[in-house]
Design a protein around this ligand. Structure first.
Ligand code: NDP
Length: 391
């Protein structure tokens, strides 16, 4: 078997790093064709030395020239390119069989869409693509004949727990509910009165998972679970009323499917993203991921509780946005990205994230955009609207 060509978009991030860790374990199966980064140029340089991709993509033209010089001096034949069009280019190359879409935020949408339209095997970590543009994205997957595999651990768990070949009909599959588990984040037991004073570092200190800073803050506010509810809606064609969230602090059960007959099928494992990444890379086969096996003899108790929507109202907001439909999820996503960046910069309090996203949902036009261009305009307008309030 020839190794499959892979493009890793967001190679310098947490998911990108874990992906390359799994890929490097299987040089007979996977061959790195292209890598992208945004700001971490030294890291991308090191990755190019290690994997010798055909292409590397950075954000800015100046960085492109600098990285190209360094790679030439090091004798690495990688061609460096820059900008969003270059991301689309590497996502659609003939030599690329699969694309790991692991850019954070709305910036990851167009390249993931390009991969879907080109009929690639799309390993989707960038949940914001589906939250923003779920309908357009699923249409692109169908039109392009792409294979869409969910990397997000919860959706990967549901994907594994649904019947093989699930075709988007919960009733036909005998499914009653999809159950997304949530760790509860670092503030699960913190009193509501103390939430206003938590710092970005507190929010990024996740009890079980090691992740990028944006998703770590989303996990702390439970907005991440809200984004995942919307993601599950699009991936599995599930209405909000059939998606439940349960807090499971140990993060051993990564999500479950509840069937009409009372059966519940779950996927379990140690909380390490290399498991869902390896599952997507090799699907429908299985490959070693480097993750330690779960040892039930030493595991201890698994516990569950309902999410506290009073302390973590972002989750309720996301459910409401999904039910409202139209551009509400896209506005929720854009406002959340602006608010989380402001919190990470120390400009607002943690509790302001909910307030600002709520304000944006109340202040913006939520009517559905018909085209990608209109949706991107709505995304930009939401960012400008909230940016003006923050300045
Ligand atoms: P990180 O912040 O660790 O990495 C983000 C990657 O995207 C980096 O390679 C970064 O480049 C690149 N990037 C950032 N901004 C831009 C931009 N404007 N244009 C192009 N590239 C950009 O994020 P994570 O790896 O944690 O998350 C990636 C995605 O996967 C997110 O959508 C997240 O929700 C999702 N996800 C993550 C999980 C996790 O465990 N981390 C779990 C499930 C889903 P650079 O570093 O060079 O600046």
């Amino acid at each position: 078997m020839n190794p499959q060509g892979i493009a890793v978009l967001g190679a310098t991030g947490s998911i990108g790093t874990n992906t390359l860790d799994v890929v490097a374990r299987h040089p007979d199966r996977y061959h790195v064709v292209a890598l992208s980064a945004h700001r971490q140029l030294d890291r991308l340089f090191d990755l190019c030395l290690r994997f010798a991709p055909r292409y590397a993509v950075v954000a800015a033209g100046a960085d492109e020239a600098a990285l190209q010089r360094r790679l030439r001096a090091a004798g690495v034949p990688t061609e460096v390119m820059s900008g969003p069009a270059a991301l689309d280019f590497i996502a659609t190359l003939d030599s690329v069989d699969m694309v790991m879409a692991a850019i954070v935020g709305a910036a990851g949408l167009t390249s993931a869409l390009a991969a879907a339209r080109a009929g690639k095997k799309v390993l989707l970590a960038n949940k914001e693509s589906l939250v923003m543009a779920g309908r357009l994205f699923m249409q692109a997957v169908a039109a392009g004949g792409a294979t869409l595999l969910p990397v997000d651990s919860e959706h990967n768990a549901i994907f594994q727990s649904l019947p093989a070949g699930y075709a988007g009909d919960l009733d036909a599959a005998g499914v009653s509910h999809l159950i997304l588990t949530a760790s509860g984040g670092p503030f699960r037991q913190l009193a509501a009165s103390r939430l206003a004073d938590v710092t970005p570092d507190d929010a990024c200190r996740h009890p079980n998972w090691s992740m990028g800073r944006k998703i770590s803050v989303d996990s702390a506010s439970l907005m991440n679970k809200g984004l995942e509810v919307i993601e599950a809606h699009w991936l599995f064609n599930a209405p909000a009323s059939r998606i439940q969230v349960v807090v499971h602090p140990q993060s051993v059960i990564h999500s479950m499917v509840q069937y009409r007959d009372g059966s519940v099928i779950a996927q379990l494992g140690n909380p390490d993203m290399r498991t869902p990444i390896a599952c997507c890379l090799a699907w429908p086969e299985r490959v070693a991921s480097g993750v330690a096996p779960l040892d039930f003899r030493t595991l201890g108790d698994l516990s569950f509780e309902a999410p506290d929507l009073d302390r973590f109202p972002c989750l309720g907001l996301a459910f409401s946005a999904l039910e409202a439909g139209g551009d509400a999820p896209a506005v929720l996503n854009a406002a959340n990205e602006v608010a989380v960046a402001a919190f990470l910069d120390g400009r607002i309090r943690f509790t302001d994230i909910y307030r600002l996203v709520s304000d944006a949902l109340a202040g913006m036009d939520l009517a559905a955009s018909d085209s990608l261009d209109d949706l991107l305009l709505k995304d930009a307008a939401t960012r400008a609207w909230l940016g003006a309030r923050l300045s």
